[in-house]
Design a protein around this ligand. Sequence first.
Ligand SMILES: Cc1cc2nc3c(=O)[nH]c(=O)nc-3n(C[C@H](O)[C@H](O)[C@H](O)COP(=O)(O)OP(=O)(O)OC[C@H]3O[C@@H](n4cnc5c(N)ncnc54)[C@H](O)[C@@H]3O)c2cc1C
Length: 395
Amino acid sequence: MAVWVEVDLCSGCKRCLKACPYGAVEMREGKAFIMERCTSCGACLEVCKEKALLTDVKPREIPDFSDRKGVWVLAEQRGGELHRVSLELLGKAQELACVLKQEVSALLLGDNVSGLCDTLIEHGADWVYLAEDRALKDYRTNGYTKVIEDLVKKHKPNMLLMGATHIGRDLAPRVSRRVEVGLTADCTELSIDPQGGVLLQTRPAFGGNVMATIANRYSRPQMATVRPGVMEVVAKPGHKGKVVRHSISLKEEDIGTRILELVKEKKKKVNLSEAKVVVAGGRGVGNAKGFAILEDLAAIFGGEVAGTRVAVEEGWIPPERQVGQTGQSVRPELYIACGISGAIQHRAGMMNSRYVIAINKDPRAPIFQVADWGLVADVYEAVPEMIEQLKQTKG
Ligand SMILES: Cc1cc2nc3c(=O)[nH]c(=O)nc-3n(C[C@H](O)[C@H](O)[C@H](O)COP(=O)(O)OP(=O)(O)OC[C@H]3O[C@@H](n4cnc5c(N)ncnc54)[C@H](O)[C@@H]3O)c2cc1C
């Protein structure tokens, strides 16, 4: 199987050269030449106006997915408490389902958790698939995987979304393997391709240096995980939905693990994803003492202090306060970035902020590209001045 050039037809326009993602086309004596490293992906064929490129590779057929309906969200709960990311995903699911004219479903697994169904319905679920069993009381990989696998095979959803939490990151790959589909982890944006109606899943790639959009055209359900704090909760008060009980028969030996004891990590609770105001600092703050000034500013708004990876690595703030690709995602009303350059990995965690104020000495700092207001200033002059002015205004 291969791609070859009909030399007489080739005009030497070089379009194929630019289109080839593998650098497998070169020009020889003014004509396109296909090199050995060609993977027969077909990208060059699509751009060749002269039809000078030919292949014997049959285009992959897209299966008929007309029976695949619905946008599903895993409603993650621990100890009977819903994780906020589940409501955020239901908000996004409403938007996706509306474009496709399909319905939104929530999957709720646990023991004695039926009381959560109303909350899910009031946040957009048209259906709640409820699996209750003592064996599902606490999350265990094999048990949850089996139940979701059964539900997916029975009801054939179009999409399945999970939070990129500890549970979601463990469960989603297992489920995707069982139902033989791909998975896009840690998405920061989901939308529908207006042409084919497929899910466009955007996430940072190559160490966060590019945002890649991934589409799965060949299998269903389309599976993605999304980090907490990225999507918006959209309440739908008065919305009506139905609960479908899914009966299960799980044996302890099917699950394979036993929980002997649950030990909660003792750490100060930081809820950056729900903070209305986040004051974040970077290398430009210079030291831990500088963060005390940011805390004063955050306190005026009742907000939280956060920072870049540099601030964490320097030990100025604890890791749970890191914002970005490998930290938390936030979506406050106001994000004040102090002495932060605005690297793409940092922006990945704060780009959903409603308003951004950036303070940086360097007028060319990339953070100004995403800021609504920019102050080209020294943090140590600008922040105390802001605190002073705010105190006076408040007073
Ligand atoms: C795979 C990967 C994942 C990553 N994940 C994350 C992540 O989750 N979060 C994250 O933040 N980073 C992450 N990074 C690191 C990221 O690439 C940047 O290195 C980091 O965000 C830079 O932090 P910074 O803005 O504090 O420092 P710098 O880039 O050094 O910027 C400091 C800024 O402060 C300004 N400044 C200096 N002094 C002052 C002053 N007195 N007053 C005002 N401004 C001043 C400077 O002009 C400069 O713009 C990741 C990197 C990789 C490769």
